[in-house]
Design a protein around this ligand. Structure first.
Ligand SMILES: NC(=O)c1ccc[n+]([C@@H]2O[C@H](COP(=O)([O-])OP(=O)(O)OC[C@H]3O[C@@H](n4cnc5c(N)ncnc54)[C@H](OP(=O)(O)O)[C@@H]3O)[C@@H](O)[C@H]2O)c1
Length: 337
């Protein structure tokens, strides 16, 4: 595959290169793409230096796959230009997620929807991915009615500028601010921009994307998204009301049998998921599984994952792998032979 990584110099882009290398994705030619500010810089992939190029040159090279992590505006403008030359775009921004003509994919759940005609494929929001990885098997078994989620999201979810802000504040250095307030020793109930309904854009992503991925509009999700001063890994407190009752032991068993989900749940040994342990891993970790004693058929739990890996890069690379394995990109047969 001729592969373009758009946004290669960013936080997600860096992890994307790591994940592509770790999984030994079949790359015949790699194009590293970023803004005009970075053109000419060099980055390493598998020990080899690559020069960063601009978007127009990348389109002209007609890659088979372009994985975008360069913000919504870049995706809106450039993903169609890649699609026009036959490239399959996998996009990490929110630009195409709710477009009814585009698929929103978590491979463990709905990769089978993908066809060779899908030229722009959306990767869900990082907080959504870890949530639906756990909701999907439970919904199939007990039928979800309503989900209430509160997130505790790391600064790496905002990008390099936010990580720098937190590091500057911790070191007592004045610098650029990614947030309207200090983030170190603080918690901001404010992820992404506020909308007219009083929710943030991040909260509405969590409310809308799960129905599309699970292909079911019969359940509802409401969210509060909070930014906390952790470097990597998002956490979520999740309350789920089901149509049918459950046994806690069965819930744990079901989740422990779900590919990509790891149960860490033993209060006797203080075992529960934490961002510092999820950091650098591809799995979604779930614990603190307990019955909500205030109403029937309702469960509380705590879900943690690395937002840059399963929340972004790993999920995108899994989509790319699915496309290649199922001959859904233009020159798959050449790459396999
Ligand atoms: N961080 C996460 O946890 C996460 C998770 C899921 C999805 N995402 C999404 O992934 C995208 C990138 O996030 P990030 O955290 O990696 O941000 P970041 O660290 O700020 O990196 C942004 C990247 O986009 C490139 N870029 C910006 N404007 C561009 C333009 N006009 N043309 C070409 N490239 C441009 C930047 O290139 P320069 O270095 O040249 O400026 C850089 O490579 C965003 O859409 C974000 O919503 C992030």
């Amino acid at each position: 595959m001729k592969v373009a990584v758009v946004g290669a110099t960013g936080m997600v882009g860096e992890v994307m290169l790591q994940v592509l290398a770790e999984r030994d994705f079949p790359i015949s030619e790699l194009l590293l793409v970023a803004s005009e500010r970075s053109v000419g810089k060099t980055l390493e992939y598998k020990g080899e230096k690559h020069t960063v190029i601009g978007l127009a040159d990348a389109v002209a090279a007609q890659p088979d796959i372009a994985i975008f992590s360069a913000g919504g505006d870049t995706s809106l403008e450039w993903a169609p230009k890649f699609a026009e030359v036959g490239t399959t775009v996998i996009d990490n921004s929110s630009a195409w997620r709710m477009d009814p003509t585009k698929k929103l994919v978590v491979p463990e759940i709905n990769a089978s929807e993908l066809t060779a005609e899908d030229k722009i494929i959306a990767n869900p929001n990082c907080s959504t991915i870890q949530l639906v990885m756990v909701l999907d098997p439970l919904h199939k078994k007990y039928g979800m009615k309503r989900v209430v989620v509160s997130t505790y999201q790391s600064v790496s979810g905002t990008g390099l500028k936010a990580v720098q802000q937190m590091e500057n504040e911790a070191a007592g250095i004045e610098g650029d601010m990614a947030y309207p307030y200090p983030i170190n020793r603080n918690a901001l109930p404010h992820c992404d921009v506020f909308l007219e309904n009083g929710y943030t854009k991040e909260e509405m992503k969590l409310a809308r994307e799960p129905q599309k991925i699970l292909d079911d509009r019969t359940f509802s999700v409401t969210a509060t998204a909070v930014r906390i001063p952790t470097a990597g890994g998002h956490s979520e407190s999740v309350n789920i009301e089901f149509l049918n009752d459950f046994e806690l032991a069965e819930v744990r068993q079901l989740l422990s049998e779900t590919p990509g989900v790891v149960v860490q749940d033993n209060t006797d040994t203080n075992t529960y998921p934490m961002p510092m342990f999820a950091h650098g891993k591809d799995d979604v970790f779930v614990g603190r599984i307990r019955r909500d004693e205030t109403q029937p058929n309702t469960l509380n739990m705590w879900i943690v994952a690395d937002n840059l890996r399963k929340g972004a890069a790993t999920n995108a690379v899994q989509i790319a792998e699915y496309l290649v394995e199922n001959n859904l990109v233009s020159n798959t047969s050449e790459a396999v032979s």
